[in-house]
Design a protein around this ligand. Sequence first.
Ligand code: AMP
Ligand code: MG
Length: 399
Amino acid sequence: MLSVEEALEQILSRVRRLPTERVVLLAALGRVLAEPVRSTRVIPPWPNSSMDGYAVRARDTRPGATLAVIGRVVAGTLAERAVGAGEAMRIFTGAPLPDGADAVVPQEDVDAAGTQVTLRAAAETGAYVRPAGEDVRHGDLVLEPGTLLGAAEIGLLATLGRNQVEVSRRPRVAVLSTGSELADLGTEPGPAQIPNANTYSLMAQAMEAGAIAINLGVAPDRVDAIGERIRRGREADVLVSSAGVSVGDLDLVREALVQAGAELHLWKVNMRPGKPITFGSLANRPVFGLPGNPVSAMVTFELFVRPALLAMQGRRATSRPRLRAVAAGEIVNRGSRRGYLRVSLHARDARWLARLTGDQGSGILRSMVIADGLAVVEPDTKIGAGEDVEVIVLRDLSL
Ligand code: AMP
Ligand code: MG
């Protein structure tokens, strides 16, 4: 049986980069940059004051020195003259430093009287001066392709005058749920039916990974019905189905995929939850057949589909961060498969404490609601309370 790493390697080796597109700056939030961004500007463009105070020549300053105030310069204007020996100019935060001056004395460090100021201390050259180019120099490579664009990157691009930016196209992900027992959202489940959860959790996971999700609805457990939905999804870049990939008589997704012309590359992966997972190619596009249990579907999406979607968008990092936490109680993984156990994370004494979310049944979707991460536990392993455990972090951690 394949390890998770081997399966992921196979998947990533087969996905291809999507084309890029140009979007307006704010539409690039959450997208992946597809061009190197070099600075065509110097930021700040000139040395300026970081305080309200007096622009001076550092060599004129010492405790008790009195300087003549020769004018003022505010943000958005240039000084009308230079600062000479024995002189100071009133200056405000963000205003360009006048010629001749090389330091700023904050207003709280002087005694001002009329057109004179008396200093209480000497100032060093460069004090309270933000030098030209301290943020960005001309020609700097400020953002590399593959960068996820967040608020800081958007601000930096605005600073460089970029109102459009080249990003990877969003992958279109078609999501299909299979199972004759499923009642879709909007219909009340009949006596032998259960509500369809996977369509929505998987579409949401796809969207969180930067994709556009397409709902292919629910197909009953019949090869022709599944095949018909698969064909409907052929405009998408990726097809993700759930359920019907095990070895039961009604596990028909693999057969339907093959009949639709897919080539299947892998099936079983050594992990729990979610051993049966199918990955293949259909008309050169990746197809994933995920298991049906709601937690197994989400965990296998997380471990295999999400990295593929990020790779298609050209993201530099396709895996989630991992951290070493301390087990709050015993964490046991019986059996021969590697466990991905749901845990919540709690900040304690500068360390993270990992606590199992309770019953690890693969149908318990509420445990995913509580989970901050997945503890990775090797087969037949018992991690005692207080011992280290490796956790894949699934979401923002709040202290
Ligand atoms: P299967 O892989 O078809 O054997 O399904 C495994 C389990 O997951 C069964 O209990 C199914 O009823 C359940 N299941 C399958 N698809 C969904 C779905 N879309 N939403 C919620 N549960 C599902
Ligand atoms: Mg089924």
